[in-house]
Design a protein around this ligand. Structure first.
Ligand code: NAD
Length: 294
């Protein structure tokens, strides 16, 4: 296949490289020249403009910061690509923008999918991302090989924007559960309970969750968690706040009551204001500990 790939940052760069490894021709574009040069080194054809990157391709993938970037790039590229070109957005964006992007593509006769990912930059490099996908079944089926080149778990979640809905609901669970696990460790410390003892109990009891068993926010019990590496991301506090804000926006417009999601967004905003936006989000345990008097 010939694929235009727009946005070659932390995630898009390695994803485009994996599409090349799988035997596709990939034409890449980013506003950053150093990122274009890096992508060229991995076999991507570096293009000088968006129009050049999408000329003559079967599929366009966007991996951009937010909804406004996706809508502006899709509007520009839809003016040049022929109808029938498949458009896939892998960015994490708000539900309204995702729906609008699908409508814009349909207006030009282009099939489209929203396909946000989880797995972070490590998963993007290793080709082990999870894709959660919204769009029509036949479009999803046709695009399967594209996702298989970049990920391991590929889940069709429903119609337009269902992938984004799954992503922000999942990350709301994650944001809340990390705070819950952090609070439990801080309370355990105050009660004289060792980290290992709480881990050994909760990881095989009803408190078990990913934030505990894979991403434990205290050093020791899970040696690969960011807590053992001075809370280097991983998944930065800034990105967690972005996703929690998206879920709050969606909850407000859909009329869902999400009080813990709202509180988690508030706590991560404070965590970032305290200078932790670039730290892993599990570092929020330090803020909870400080609020408890250290
Ligand atoms: P990033 O900032 O590293 O990359 C985004 C790239 O888009 C930048 O290189 C930027 O120059 C480029 N860009 C912006 N506007 C452009 C335009 N008009 N034309 C061409 N290029 C343009 O961000 P990232 O970490 O790669 O994240 C991308 C998306 O993936 C975001 O929506 C993010 O929320 C989501 N995401 C990130 C992670 C992660 O761990 N980094 C994990 C899951 C999902």
């Amino acid at each position: 296949m010939t694929i235009g790939f727009i946005g070659l940052g932390h995630m898009g760069g390695p994803m485009a490289a994996n599409l090349v490894k799988a035997g596709n021709t990939v034409k890449g574009f980013d506003l950053s020249q150093p990122l274009l040069d890096e992508a060229r080194g991995k076999g991507v054809t570096a293009c000088a403009s968006l129009a050049e990157a999408v000329a003559g391709v079967d599929t366009v993938i966007t991996m951009l910061p937010a909804g406004k970037h996706v809508l502006s790039v899709w509007q520009e590229l839809l003016a040049t690509v022929p109808s029938g070109t498949l458009l896939i957005d892998c960015s994490t964006i708000d539900i309204d923008s995702a729906r609008k992007a699908h409508e814009m593509a349909a207006g030009k006769g282009c099939p489209s999918l929203d396909a946000p990912v989880s797995g972070g930059a490590g998963g993007a490099a290793a080709g082990t991302l999870t894709f959660m996908i919204g769009g029509e079944q036949d479009v999803f089926s046709k695009a399967q090989p594209v996702f298989e080149a970049m990920g391991k778990k590929i889940i069709h979640c429903g119609g337009a924007a269902a992938g984004q809905a799954a992503k922000i609901c999942n990350n709301m669970i994650l944001g809340i559960s990390m705070i819950a696990v952090g609070e439990a460790f801080v309370l355990g410390e105050k009660l004289g309970l060792s980290h290992q003892a709480l881990f050994d109990v909760a990881s095989v009891s009803s408190g078990q969750c990913w934030s505990l068993t894979t991403y434990c926010p205290v050093p020791g019990p899970v040696p690969t968690s960011p807590a053992n590496n001075d809370y280097k991301p991983g998944f930065a506090g800034a990105l967690m706040l972005k996703d929690l804000k998206l879920s709050q926006e969606a909850a407000q417009s859909a009329g869902a009551t999400t009080p813990l999601g709202a509180k988690a967004a508030e706590l991560y905003a404070l965590f970032n204001e305290l200078g932790n936006a670039d730290k892993d989000f599990s570092g929020i345990i330090d803020m909870l500990r400080q609020k408890s008097g250290g």
